[in-house]
Write a protein that binds this ligand. Structure first.
Ligand code: PLP
Length: 424
């Protein structure tokens, strides 16, 4: 199917054939869902040993009774876990409650209202401020900015990470840019891992940016590999140390997609100066995090060997679902020019770019045939994809058979929407 060289008659004929196929899919009254970027019950079961694991022993390694108040930055063994995942020193880590999104929201809020390096550093003193948002990206990052009245400016994601030529040019030209969102490994939703060069360039942004510029390095999928010998993400903190820019990067992650998504442990890594600024405000919010849960996690996953073995079990569950999506995309669209996508080897998402102007139509067609897809536009600030192209596919929750069925529907919807857009 080559739409560019097709005659109007050919297009009409394809439209009729696809509409027929679509009708027979509709007749099946399917009820499938590729929207949910969360672990399946089978994955959650892998961590059920958390329940009762302390067995009455509430003492952390240093003797702390974790049931009591205190320990604003977390217990030592949870810090070690976080430091291992993010490959930083334990002195650069703070371990919090169950959600890294909460930590990110708090960090943006604190930096805006109070400053991470004293009142003069508060972004609000500078009037309107902006964040750079690589797109497509994670919708909840954008919601944080929207909620706090921070403007968003977009920059395209490439297969190496954000387009760094554009990032540097925009940051140089606009001192109102005080932040940038990054999901550096298996990015949500494109699945790419930032290249070494991208990491190196991001570590140097502070040299051309607003003095209180911060990169929000959300490494949510740091250990979520689906293959042996996965791609390695360069160490951003090491790069920052080399360029003397340690204060410019704040890293985040959690066990949400390692253990129980709703009751995991989150953490951040930052320079001592940033951590001190953050904790000073955090101390007004809480006397300390849920250390009982931190200890439960440390007992379940005492070291990187245990964590790697655990993540292999997740991979065994997720990989067939990813394979189904990728094989279906390849067999339906390779060489057709009807869409583009990356081939992630980890994370939770595959993202598909339709021809311009087709994403909303595809999502609507799929919904009407019983397949729920993430709303088109969700991967852009304010829910607006200017080219109406991007669709995020999240295959972890349905069974492999369901993913396969849903992808067959997706194929017909993409083809039908594409042909119709040419006829319009
Ligand atoms: N960051 C990214 C990139 C995500 O995709 C998600 C969840 O989908 C989160 C953060 C949420 O993390 P948490 O559960 O730790 O709040």
């Amino acid at each position: 199917m080559n739409l560019d060289q097709a005659t109007p008659e050919q297009l009409q004929q394809w439209e009729a054939e696809l509409a027929n196929q679509y009708q027979s899919l509709q007749d099946q009254s399917l009820n499938l869902d590729l929207t949910r970027g969360k672990p399946s019950a089978e994955q959650l079961n892998l961590s059920d040993a958390l329940d009762g694991i302390l067995d009455g022993d509430y003492r952390a390694a240093d003797g702390t009774d974790v049931r009591n108040y205190g320990g604003l930055d977390g217990i030592q063994e949870a810090k070690q876990f976080a430091a291992d995942v993010l490959q930083v020193n334990t002195s650069e880590v703070l371990v919090g409650g169950n959600s890294s999104l909460t930590l990110m929201f708090q960090t943006v809020l604190f930096a805006h209202e109070f400053g991470l390096q004293g009142a003069d550093s508060a972004w609000k003193t500078q009037g309107k401020v902006k964040f750079l948002c690589p797109v497509p990206g994670y919708d909840r990052h954008f919601t944080v900015c929207e909620q706090l009245g921070i403007d968003m400016v977009t920059v395209p994601m490439l297969s190496t990470g954000p387009d760094m030529d554009q990032v540097e040019a925009m940051i140089k030209a606009d001192p109102q840019i005080v932040g940038m969102w990054c999901v550096p490994k298996y990015s949500n939703p494109t699945g790419v891992v930032y290249s070494d060069e991208t990491v190196e360039r991001i570590a140097q942004l502070a040299n051309i940016a607003n003095p209180y510029f911060r990169v929000f390095w959300d490494n949510a999928y740091a250990v979520h590999d689906l293959v042996e010998n996965p791609p390695e993400l360069a160490n951003i903190m090491d790069a920052c140390r080399k360029h003397n820019t340690e204060d410019s990067v704040l890293q985040f992650a959690s066990t949400s997609k390692i253990t129980h998504a709703g009751s995991g442990v989150c953490f951040m890594a930052a320079s001592p100066a940033n951590l001190a600024g953050f904790q000073q405000v955090l101390a007004s919010c809480t006397i300390g995090p849920d250390k009982v849960n931190q200890l439960r996690h440390a007992r379940l996953l005492p070291d990187m060997t245990a964590l790697r073995a655990h993540m292999k079990k997740h991979a065994a569950i997720i990989q067939p679902r990813f394979n189904s999506v990728l094989e279906n995309l390849s067999s339906a669209f390779d060489g057709t020019g009807l869409g583009t996508w990356e081939t992630p080897v980890g994370g939770y998402f595959i993202s598909f770019d339709t021809l311009p102007g087709c994403a909303q139509a595809v999502v609507k067609l799929a919904a009407d045939a019983g397949v729920k897809l993430t709303p088109a536009g969700a991967t852009f600030p304010y829910g607006k994809d200017p080219q109406d192209r991007n669709i995020r596919l999240a295959p972890t929750v349905p069974t492999v058979e369901e993913v396969d069925q849903a992808m067959k529907v997706f194929e017909v919807c993409v083809k039908l929407a594409s042909v119709r857009s040419k006829l319009a």
